[in-house]
Design a protein around this ligand. Structure first.
Ligand code: THU
Length: 136
């Protein structure tokens, strides 16, 4: 069946990311992030940020979501949702952009807040001229 990104699926992904965000482990920054990636079957995979007393070992929500999708056997990511409580919806960090690129070089990314200040990007505008599998 052909994948269709409709409002209901976006809404479900935002809700899933919001729930995931509840599980964020962010005692150092207090900046909680929830992410969801949706695969070609419409299944939603979530992640939250997981900090560490050794700060540099922190894992971001987006990369946790990609790891969850990978564990579920899915790399065909169609879009990504990131929820933060920043004044302006925060977009994925550079490391996460690179990891998202490996799944889908131009996936749509919805950056939003709990009160749905939505901003849409395409990955290619966030990470132009990327290094990727075809560079090797
Ligand atoms: N963080 C994410 O989870 N995703 C991003 O794209 C940006 C930053 C997390 C890492 C850290 O736990 C907190 O936000 C503050 O940087």
């Amino acid at each position: 069946m052909k994948f269709e990104m409709n409002n209901a699926l976006v809404h479900a992904a935002v809700n899933a990311a919001l729930l995931a965000r509840e599980h964020a482990y962010a005692p150092y920054s207090a900046f909680r992030v929830g992410a969801a990636v949706v695969d070609g079957s419409g299944a939603i995979h979530v992640g939250c940020n997981v900090e560490n007393a050794s700060y540099g070992l922190t894992n971001c929500a987006e990369r946790a979501a990609i790891a969850a999708a990978t564990v579920a056997g899915r790399r065909d990511i169609q879009f990504c949702v990131v929820v933060t409580e920043a004044r302006q919806p925060a977009s994925p960090c550079g490391a996460c952009r690179q990891v998202l690129f490996e799944c889908a070089p131009d996936m749509p990314i919805l950056c939003t807040t709990p009160d749905r200040k939505d901003v849409w990007y395409n990955l290619s505008e966030l990470l132009p001229n990327a290094f990727g599998p075809s560079s090797l």
